[in-house]
Write a protein that binds this ligand. Structure first.
Ligand SMILES: *Cc1c(COP(=O)(O)O)cnc(C)c1O
Length: 396
């Protein structure tokens, strides 16, 4: 494989993907974020505060757990990176803490966010409660009805939840509405995007904030195996943030192979999936040039997955480029495969995973690893929020 640049360019591109395709009225806000995010993240005072919250508030480092029974079954050495044990139940809190800290340093007094299943909304509302900052979360009306517990949590945390009734009333419409809000309030408001999507510098900023996952994997592998890299890293991709955090430190280390799991829903060619990398074509969504599911007229196709967190019609530009350059392998995992994998992990290791994370576990059904291979899987979240789906599956 030829050595490519897998990281973002100074212009905000990953190969041909990325950039900042935004309305003119947001130029100043995005520009000031672009010129300050790296300086802030690298600042030692910021790092001190960020690391302290990651440790004492979010509960990091998350354990790297050797899954012995799973390893025996799949004849390789499987380690699970336990992001499910973080406060609020997933990796999303890493990004929320970081971005709200950045916003405060930029003098912003108001936070807005979009959410699909509600996980990112809850993480953002949590951090805003902690830091006593005003918070508004946009959520499609369909999702408000499907994910009522998370709506109640956000409200209890003091956030205002706006039910979005445009389009299909799901995540993509919530993003549009959040952007609309930002256009009206660019000077005092920071928009906390929940994944490695959106205009530059968001994909890079979110990847850097999530890279704590891979930094810990490095140290933990060294301690447990005497070697600081695995043969394989495996993660699910919705927008791509848990995957970006898992692989960030290893992007240029070609000894480490990357496997991404996307949601094939009811089947890759069923017309009911969210397999953006397999089915997508190049276009612009939410401010970035990337792969997205669209029809020939450029209309965005409504994605579907059993897992609300993977149900996004685009993909981060970093991941589009990793796929395009062959740096990663992308497997499409169907609903039933993810559910089977979730039950298997529950019965074999006593861990109920989020449906999103179960897609990463579904990789073992599709791909064989060598007996000596160390395979690190990012277990991005816990399954509490998905119990209703699991219960219905047992019943049915
Ligand atoms: C939101 C979410 C995802 C998908 O988002 P990424 O940005 O692709 O990581 C995956 N797993 C869990 C548990 C989530 O909550």
């Amino acid at each position: 494989m030829k050595q490519e640049n897998y990281n973002v360019s100074t212009e905000g591109y990953y190969g041909e993907f990325g950039g900042a395709y935004i309305p003119e009225i947001l130029y100043a806000a995005v520009d000031s974020l672009t010129s300050s995010y790296k300086k802030i993240i690298e600042d030692s005072e910021f790092q001190k505060e960020y690391q302290k919250l990651l440790a004492d508030y979010a509960g990091r480092p998350s354990p790297l757990y050797f899954a012995e029974r799973m390893s025996e079954k799949y004849r390789c050495r499987i380690y699970l990176k336990r992001e499910d044990l973080n406060h609020t139940g997933s990796h999303k809190i890493n990004n929320a803490i970081g971005q709200v800290l950045i916003a405060k340093r930029m003098g912003k007094t108001r936070i807005i966010a979009e959410t699909g299943a509600g996980q990112h909304g809850v993480a953002t509302a949590t951090v805003c409660a902690l830091m006593n900052i005003d918070c508004t979360v946009y959520m499609g009306k369909t999702d408000v009805e499907r994910q009522n517990l998370n709506v109640r949590k956000m409200e209890m945390l003091g956030a205002k939840v706006v039910s979005v009734t445009s389009g299909n009333m799901t995540l993509k419409d919530a993003v549009n509405e959040a952007i609309r809000d930002w256009v009206c309030n660019p000077s005092d408001t920071h928009y906390v995007i929940g994944s490695t999507v959106g205009p530059h510098p968001y994909p890079d900023m979110v990847a850097r904030l999530q890279s704590v996952i891979g930094k810990e994997i490095k140290l933990q592998l060294e301690e447990k195996t005497g070697r600081n890299f695995p043969e394989y890293l495996v993660a699910c991709v919705g927008g791509g943030s848990n995957a970006a955090g898992t692989v960030y430190e290893y992007l240029d280390d070609l000894r480490v192979k990357i496997v991404l799991a996307e949601a094939a829903g009811e089947g890759l060619y069923s017309g009911r999936s969210a397999a953006t990398i397999h089915l997508g074509t190049t276009g612009i969504i939410h401010g970035a040039k990337t792969l997205l599911m669209q029809n020939r007229d450029g209309q965005i196709e409504e994605p579907y997955s059993i897992s609300a967190g993977l149900d996004y019609p685009g993909i981060g530009p970093m991941h589009a480029n990793l796929a395009r350059t062959g740096r990663c392998e992308v497997l499409a995992i169907e609903d039933f495969e993810a559910v089977d994998a979730a039950f298997e992990l529950t019965r074999m290791e006593g861990i109920i995973p989020a449906l999103e994370s179960a897609h990463a576990l579904g990789v073992f059904r599709k791909k064989r690893f060598g007996k000596e291979d160390t395979v690190v899987v990012c277990l991005s979240g816990r399954g509490d929020k998905d119990m209703e789906t699991y219960i219905n599956r047992i019943g049915g």
